[in-house]
Design a binder for this molecule. Structure first.
Ligand code: NAD
Ligand code: UFG
Length: 337
């Protein structure tokens, strides 16, 4: 079957496309390259020994989607395409809602018109908001604290209502925790534009000498060592979660909502130490003020993903750092060199 992967040249999409190709699927990538590079397709091809189809285009382009669904025997869609900067979303709410929400609606309408009713959607742990209890189970109240989180929750709601209106829809809402790491080949990995917002790519750029030191955003939280705690998950584990979700959708209708995390919380200091071990280098850092909008601590309840998908994360924080370092040291300028 052909799987349409929107956002397939992005960080999580590219790792998922590799695994889809390796599992024998036909893959068609649709990406407008607003946050990724076309070279990713060559790297994917090198790893998988097989090329995905690639269309440069936007999910909001209805005519293009009509053409794609008419031309290709698409049976299911994995929808990664979206904007994800928490730092930017508050300044550009219309852009974020247009891209993430309106873009998704155009895609779902064209899926419906083409009779394609199976979709895996990239949601986020950010839909939970301030923890009422931890670990976050899938039943935790949903109260996003930023535009990005609202955009994810809105699309979840659209898909819930679509599935209610027509029982033929098969929907997987995957709530990712903090994806890090890279493919073990060192050929693909995260390549943020500009100064990284997120911890792991920043640490990796300090290690490779692109940045002088890391700013640790607060060491006075009520956590194990005072720094922020997150559930980091290896991007290859996240990718395999998508394959597990596809298998689930082959057998089940309706909506599956599931966390993809490890269930383990790692602090900023713990991550720095694990990275120092992986790269055999000191990571210079300075503790600065808390970053506005950051939650002290959260991590997944990973029980339901195991029950529903027979999937669980395999890699721990050491392996995540080793693979990130291999990618960063072999590609100091990401895909851009
Ligand atoms: P990414 O930016 O690397 O990948 C997203 C891809 O979508 C990019 O290649 C971009 O060019 C493309 N894109 C964006 N808007 C598009 C549009 N309108 N039409 C076509 N292509 C478009 O991000 P990622 O980390 O791989 O994230 C993938 C998905 O997972 C996103 O929806 C993101 O919100 C979600 N997610 C990411 C994280 C994270 O921390 N990385 C956490 C939770 C959820
Ligand atoms: N941190 C630093 N210094 C940095 C960057 C981050 O100390 O330079 C700290 C943060 O304060 C936090 C931890 O490292 O305690 C992780 O921060 P990230 O920015 O890597 O990740 P977040 O949990 O803040 O955000 C991520 C994604 C969001 C998503 C959210 C919830 O980037 O897109 O997880 O899923 F919404």
């Amino acid at each position: 079957m052909t799987i349409l992967v929107t956002g397939g040249t992005g960080y999580i999409g590219s790792h998922t496309v590799v695994q889809l190709l390796e599992a024998g699927h036909e893959v068609l990538v649709l990406d407008n390259l607003c946050n990724s590079k076309a070279q990713v397709i060559d790297r994917i091809t090198k790893i998988a020994g097989k090329a995905p189809g690639f269309i440069e285009g936007d999910v909001r382009d209805r005519a293009l989607l009509k053409q794609l669904f008419a031309k290709h025997p698409i049976e299911t869609v994995i929808h990664f395409a979206g904007l994800k900067s928490v730092a930017e979303c508050g300044q550009k709410p219309l852009l974020y809602y247009d891209n993430n929400v309106s873009g998704s609606i155009v895609l779902f309408e064209e899926m419906k018109n083409a009779g394609v009713k199976s979709i895996v959607f990239s949601s986020s742990a950010t839909v939970y908001g301030e923890p009422v209890f931890l670990p976050y189970t899938e039943a935790h109240p949903l109260k996003p604290i930023n535009v990005y989180g609202h955009s994810k929750l809105m699309v979840e709601q659209v898909l819930q209502d679509l599935a209610l209106s027509d029982r033929a829809w098969k929907v997987a809402l995957l709530r990712y925790f903090n994806p890090v790491g890279a493919h073990h080949s060192g050929l693909i990995g995260e390549d943020p534009a500009g100064i990284p917002n997120n911890l792991m790519p920043f640490v990796a750029q300090v290690a490779v000498g692109k940045r002088a030191k890391l700013s640790v955003f607060g060491d006075d939280y009520d956590t194990k060592d005072g720094t922020g705690v997150r559930d980091y998950i290896h991007v290859d584990d996240l990718a395999s979660g998508h394959l597990a979700a596809l298998q689930y959708l082959q057998k089940n209708q309706g909506v599956l909502t599931v966390n993809l995390g490890t269930g383990q919380g790692t602090s900023v200091f713990e991550l720095i130490h694990a990275f120092e071990k992986a790269a055999n280098k000191k990571i210079p850092y300075e503790v600065v003020a808390r970053r506005a909008g950051d939650l002290p601590e959260y991590y997944a309840d990973a029980v339901y993903s195991k029950t529903a998908l027979d999937w669980q994360a395999q890699h721990g924080i050491d392996r995540m750092c080793v693979d990130t370092w291999r990618w960063q040291s072999q590609n100091p300028n990401g895909f851009g060199q």
